[in-house]
Design a protein around this ligand. Structure first.
Ligand SMILES: *Cc1c(COP(=O)(O)O)cnc(C)c1O
Length: 451
């Protein structure tokens, strides 16, 4: 590391405790100080550039230092940076709510705000539970979730998620949930289609609903892609079956679109591909174009109405965060949604996604690649020890870390999840940059699997 980078890394390591990190790893690989970023590229203090193939943890949509979003935040800054959203309101949050309702599945008419994805999940969970109380069904107090799901790190969100790496140690602190096997199509039988696999897997959910509906508030899912669970994917048919079963059993459906929303799966929201309306839709990450922390929970008039009453009945949803609906973040979100309209982003992404998929699928022949899968602008490559049996590499070998390290030396930020190398780039990425990203992944996988 050059001295400019090294000096920042040393100061950092004296005081900063990094997220999702074993800090001892930094003895070998210090954090990389980023001086600036533009478009799909990050740049450190030594002038090294890194292609941001993971959208800075899945948040960035239209590139770093996007002129339109920068201008919107600057303009907002001149008039109002923050105001309490209880008893007061402001134009950016009104405009954003109107825009989100216009884009969301028909029937979602109310927006509640928080400031990160986990908090949005907490809001949806509390709202669903509280709804059933308010309508006199207090036996309903449990949640149904899928294996391998991820919904965030705060205790409620952790409880309804299912990635052991993040959850297991905290188990004594967590509420008890009902966990149903995931429809993950990586586990489909040979010759079985994705749709058939997801349909077959639905039997477990139907059984869980039949058994637990009387005590269940909601089913929570990540629509189409279990992102933190290794970009595992399933067919939209599952969501259609789930919506119908939730209606039949009188259980809410919470769609956590925090990772998959805003065009990642090819449509604005993943739920659209199944033609369903959830009772709660959680949004964050791409909501502000990846600029500022903000999240929203969209829900129905029916849910809203169950809380609407005389104050003394104490039916109100008395949840808040200090920065709920921050004006700067809302202004960024409005600009980002403006870009979707003006630049016809979803349409243009189809060609990019096709190119990315075609290039990535050239890795299918690799001796240690079991599957290359894609949904819209998300592509994942599953590395395995043995291709024929799909026997995975033991997690402790950290093969993904070897890919990460190689990619950094080649100027690409890849951040595999275990043995899964994936691409979730900002939409400003060019076909040439996609080629670079895939080539570097190929080299990295080659190195990581050679011994
Ligand atoms: C990232 C993520 C969350 C948590 O969001 P944070 O802003 O990191 O708290 C929740 N659900 C899904 C599906 C996510 O990908």
């Amino acid at each position: 590391m050059t001295s400019a980078n090294a000096a920042y890394a040393a100061r950092d390591l004296a005081h900063v405790w990094h997220p999702c990190t074993q800090m001892k790893d930094h003895e070998e690989l210090p954090p990389i100080p980023i001086r600036k970023a533009e478009g799909a590229w990050l740049e450190d203090y030594a002038g090294n550039r890194y292609l941001d193939a993971i959208s800075s943890w899945w948040v960035n949509l239209f590139g770093h230092a996007n002129a339109r979003i920068n201008a919107a935040i600057r303009a907002q800054l001149e008039s109002l940076e923050q105001v309490i959203l209880a008893g007061f309101t402001h134009e950016p949050v009104i405009a954003l709510s109107e825009a989100l309702i216009a884009l969301a599945p028909t029937g979602l008419t109310r927006c509640f705000y928080a400031d990160n994805g986990s908090s949005a999940v907490e809001v949806a969970v509390k709202m669903s539970f509280h709804y059933w109380r308010n309508v006199g069904e207090s036996a309903k107090r449990r949640f149904i979730t899928l294996s391998n799901s991820y919904h965030g790190e705060t205790l409620g969100a952790l409880a309804v998620g299912n990635v052991d790496l993040y959850k297991e140690i905290y188990q004594p602190l967590l509420m008890d949930v009902i966990t149903v096997p995931s429809p993950d199509c990586y586990e489909r039988e040979s010759g079985e289609s994705w749709a058939d696999c997801s349909r077959r897997r639905f039997a477990d959910m139907e059984a869980a609903l039949a058994q637990h509906a009387h005590e269940a508030c909601a089913v929570i899912v990540e629509p189409l892609v279990q992102a933190a669970g290794g970009m595992r994917m399933y067919d939209p048919v599952y969501l259609g079956l789930l919506r119908a079963a939730c209606d039949r059993h009188r259980v809410h459906l919470i769609a956590d679109e925090i990772a998959v929303g805003f065009g990642r799966t090819g449509t604005m929201f993943a739920c659209e591909q199944a033609g369903i309306r959830p009772d709660f839709m959680c949004l964050s990450k791409g909501l502000t174009g990846g600029y500022l922390p903000l999240s929203a929970v969209l829900t129905t008039q029916e849910v809203y109405a169950a809380f609407y009453d005389e104050y003394v009945k104490l039916n109100a949803f008395l949840h808040s965060h200090s920065f709920t609906g921050n004006p700067l973040a809302c202004a960024a979100a409005n600009a980002s949604l403006g870009l979707f309209r003006e630049q016809r982003t979803l349409e243009n992404n189809r060609a990019l996604a096709a190119h990315m998929g075609a290039r990535a699928r050239t890795l299918e022949d690799h001796a240690h690649v079991a599957e290359v899968r894609q949904r819209g602008m998300i592509v994942a490559i599953e590395m395995v020890r043995e291709k024929r049996t799909r026997a995975p590499y033991p997690w402790s070998e950290r093969r993904g870390l070897a890919v990460y390290r190689h990619a950094l030396t080649r100027g690409v930020l890849l951040r595999p999840i275990g043995n899964v190398v994936y691409f979730m780039p900002p939409y400003v990425i060019t076909p040439e940059e996609i080629d670079l990203m895939v080539e570097v992944a190929r080299e990295g996988i080659g190195r990581a699997t050679c011994a």
